[in-house]
Design a protein around this ligand. Structure first.
Ligand SMILES: O=C(CO)COP(=O)(O)O
Length: 251
């Protein structure tokens, strides 16, 4: 079985001083026994790269432009991120969808742009509470995934990471239950199986209030290949505890 992947999403948090302490804590942890990434704000990529040079933790960005280059003020291309040592780029995070108007098609184009720059897109999908209450969870996720597949095609799905992040579980302290997570991850795996020969090898992460005290039970769920961690990734001991829980779940 491939290593689980734990990716921290710092969101718009940090400062040079705070990052130095956090990254120093991560770097001093030694071998984690799991694949691990931190997705930091753009200006801190160079700092994170330097601090994590000797560590096995890799870098990611939290977004990427759908465009390769040109007159797109404020945008950052995949090639730029690759130059700064990024391996991953989160695309379609629910905060980008809800607060910055990214629609399903845009998310698909961003995933394609990441792949074109040889980055691995971490494609986020997830339902709102209203959608869950209306019984629309799987339909919403299928719609979001279909839009990505429409741009990428089936074969390229083998090169992405998917992340199920129920919107109602993000930053709320209310994680989805293992049963809820298992149902959606199973549906995503089945969706992959209809499109991609390597469906079993595509990592499907869970995100939404992953903490040290619930990580083990979430990572034990079938088809959960790791986590996308927000708030807890800002505290070195918490993030490392989550990584250790993932490593343990592999064995
Ligand atoms: O949005 C998330 C990761 O991308 C999850 O955030 P929290 O872990 O803070 O709930």
């Amino acid at each position: 079985m491939a290593d689980k992947l734990v990716a921290g999403n710092w969101k718009m948090h940090g400062s040079l001083a705070a990052n130095a302490a956090l990254l120093g804590g991560l770097a001093s942890a030694g071998e984690l026994g799991v694949s691990c990434a931190v997705c930091v704000p753009y200006p801190y990529l160079a700092q994170a790269r330097q601090c994590l040079e000797a560590a096995s933790i890799v870098l990611g960005a939290q977004d990427v432009s759908e465009f390769a280059a040109g007159a797109y003020t404020g945008e950052v291309s995949g090639a730029m991120l690759a130059e700064f040592g990024c391996r991953y780029a989160i695309v379609g995070h629910s905060e980008r969808r809800a607060l910055f108007g990214e629609d399903d098609a845009t998310v698909g184009r961003k995933a394609a742009a990441a792949l074109a720059a040889e980055l691995v897109p971490i494609v986020c999908v997830g339902e709102t509470l209203a959608e869950r209450d209306a019984g629309a969870t799987l339909a919403v996720i299928r719609r979001q995934l279909d839009a990505v597949a429409a741009v990428l095609g089936g074969a390229a799905l083998a090169r992405v990471v998917l992340a199920y992040e129920p919107v109602w579980a993000i930053g709320t302290g209310r994680s989805a239950t293992p049963v809820q997570v298992g149902e959606v991850h199973g549906a995503i795996r089945a969706w992959l199986g209809e499109r991609c020969a390597q469906a079993a090898a595509v990592p499907i992460l869970y995100g939404g209030s992953v903490k040290p005290d619930n990580a083990a039970e979430l990572f034990a769920v079938k088809d959960v290949d790791g986590g996308l961690v927000g708030g807890a990734s800002l505290v070195a001991e918490d993030f490392l505890a989550i990584c250790r829980a993932a490593a343990k779940a592999q064995t």
